[in-house]
Design a protein around this ligand. Structure first.
Ligand SMILES: CC(C)(COP(=O)(O)OP(=O)(O)OC[C@H]1O[C@@H](n2cnc3c(N)ncnc32)[C@H](O)[C@@H]1OP(=O)(O)O)[C@@H](O)C(=O)NCCC(=O)NCCS
Length: 168
C-alpha cells in the first residue's frame, strides 16, 4: 500500500540519512539538499506554498520508503521540475519508485494543474534512466557534459511529460 504525502519537520532526520546514503547521494544532483538547514528550508517552502514546490514522502504500509520533490520553473508556462527522487535501499526493486512516480505525475499535472514536467538524470545513472522511461517520461535529449560531478564532466539526460501524455 503506497501513499504520497508532504514531508514535515518530523521527517528531517530520516530524509537526511537517505539523501546522504552511499547508494543514493552519488546519484543526486550536486545542488540537492544534504544538510538539515537546507532541508528544513525546503520543507518550510513546501508547507507554506504547496502549489509552487514540494518535498514528498513515499510511505509503504505506513512506513517511510522514499522521497521525491518538485519546484516550479515557470509559472506562466506551468512547468515543474521533478528532482530528489530516492527510494530507501531496503525498499528497492519492488516497483515502489514506479508506482510513486506515476502518482506524483498525476498529482502535479491534474491536481496542481502543471502543463509540463521536466526531469534530468546523470548519464551514468542507468537505474534512474530506465525508471524514467518505464513511467512514461519522454526523452528529449542530452545536455552534454553539463555538470561537474565525481571530478568529471557528466552528461544530463533530459526527460519531460505533458498533461496530454497521461493515460486517461
Ligand atoms: C532510481 C531509484 C529511485 C529506483 O527505485 P526502485 O524503487 O528500486 O525502482 P523500481 O522498483 O520501480 O525499479 C527498479 C528495478 O526493480 C525492478 N522491479 C520492479 N518491480 C519489481 C518487483 N516487484 N520485483 C523485483 N524487481 C522489480 C524493475 O524492473 C527495475 O529493474 P531495473 O533497475 O533493472 O530496470 C533507486 O534506485 C534510487 O533511489 N537510486 C538512488 C538515487 C537516484 O538515482 N535517484 C534518481 C536521480 S535522477
Amino acid at each position: 500500500m503506497i501513499s504520497l504525502r508532504r514531508a514535515t519537520l518530523d521527517d528531517v532526520d530520516w530524509l537526511l540519512e537517505l539523501l546522504n546514503d552511499e547508494d543514493t547521494e552519488p546519484f543526486l544532483g550536486g545542488g540537492a539538499p544534504r544538510d538539515a538547514e537546507t532541508l528544513r528550508a525546503q520543507l518550510e517552502r513546501s508547507q507554506s506554498e504547496p502549489e509552487k514546490s514540494g518535498r514528498m514522502i513515499v510511505d509503504v504500509d505506513g512506513e517511510r520508503a522514499g522521497t521525491m520533490a518538485f519546484e516550479t520553473v515557470s509559472e506562466p508556462n506551468r512547468i515543474a521540475r521533478i528532482g530528489g527522487l530516492a527510494v530507501h535501499p531496503g525498499y528497492r526493486r519492488r516497483g515502489i519508485a514506479d508506482e510513486a512516480a506515476r502518482r506524483f505525475q498525476r498529482y502535479l499535472l491534474i491536481e496542481l494543474g502543471f502543463h509540463r514536467l521536466e526531469l534530468a538524470c546523470y548519464g551514468f545513472n542507468d537505474r534512474a534512466i530506465r525508471h524514467s522511461e518505464r513511467v512514461g517520461f519522454v526523452r528529449e535529449g542530452v545536455k552534454r557534459q553539463a555538470y561537474q560531478r565525481h571530478g568529471e564532466w557528466q552528461d544530463a539526460v533530459l526527460f519531460s511529460l505533458l498533461r496530454e501524455d497521461l493515460e486517461p
